[in-house]
Design a binder for this molecule. Sequence first.
Ligand code: FEO
Length: 409
Amino acid sequence: MNEVMLAKDIFWVGKIDDREVPFHRLILAKGTTYNAYLLKTEKPTVIDTVDLEFGREFVEYLSELIDPKEIQYIVINHTEPDHSGGLAALAGRAPDATIVCTEIAVNELKEMYKLHSRNFLVVKDGDTLDIGGKTLKFKETPYLHTEETMITYCIEDKILFPCDIFSTHVAGKEFFADEAGYDITEDFIGYYNAIIHPHRRYVRTLINALEELDVQMIAPSHGYILRNDIQKYIDLYATLSADTVEGKKVTIVYTTIRNSTKKIAEYLKKIFEENNIQASVFNADKSDQAEILESIKEADAVFIGSSTKYADMIGNLEDLLKELKKMDLQGKIGAAFGSYGWSGEATEVIQDYLNQTNMDVQSTSHVIKTTGMTHVEFPVRVRFAPKDDQLKKIEHSATYVADLLLSAI
Ligand code: FEO
């Protein structure tokens, strides 16, 4: 294959996968590419690799452009195996290379590819790395779309290497969007909707971060490299990630032993209100059931919580949950939450009841299967009173639901 050059000393070294690739429970009808890049500088650097399946092939192709022993840095923007999968093969052939990634990524990569004895360079937001003739700048982009992700920017060539972000799932014969022979916008938006949109809250942070970079080319890790109309693609992300829906309501109902579950309920309310969603909170043991049911009828999302006592819910919740089974709750989002001291079965009991309604009941496994997010948990379970990391956990779950409510997609 002829070499593909993005700029002086910067080459595409990826893999075109033109099969109908299974991916996050989708079938990629147009295939995809795993784009990696070689920066053939005084300290040769590879940015990202390819899918696990193609590691050996990747290193063979790379070897046509450089002796892998010369490679000094391997930058891993994102640890999912479609981009880090070639790392074991490459690291084996590049014994002096330092692996560059975020702090969270280090352990993942060590464990995934048995790299415990390798040198890692942990980079933080805004750090730069001199690779001899070019300078790389790193920006952490947590939750876009997994916690450890970052993007890399080559200062001299003004090229952004954002891994999954700004990608397309197309195994085209051409590498650059302007040579594709058609308008790629539909494929670009299709990728955004399928992969990025659930994480759109973090897209907004990214867009702000990009304002301080002069990006003249975007070299993502799937599909087309963008070198014309860059601002159009950034603006599309800004537009598509905006909230488009207003006037949503959430009803939060709880019972509590020593106010820990009440604190979760109040924190959920706070997060929803910060997202311009009206939140009504009821203590099921102190409020009129008819009033609670009326609020639930009007709500777009319903959170039901209880402390756990003797492996069960407490107070008046069971009567209320039995009423919910009789109601038409189609189109509403449902979720369970609760504080516990030992094992926390109340949230499971509530979840079982909610699953008998026709609400869209949230679960951790469904979130992972549909979005890849591993930091969002349902039911929301907190041991003892919520604080520090547990508040963050509640926030992640609430903002996940808020983002579902505030977008029409
Ligand atoms: Fe293309 Fe998140 O992997």
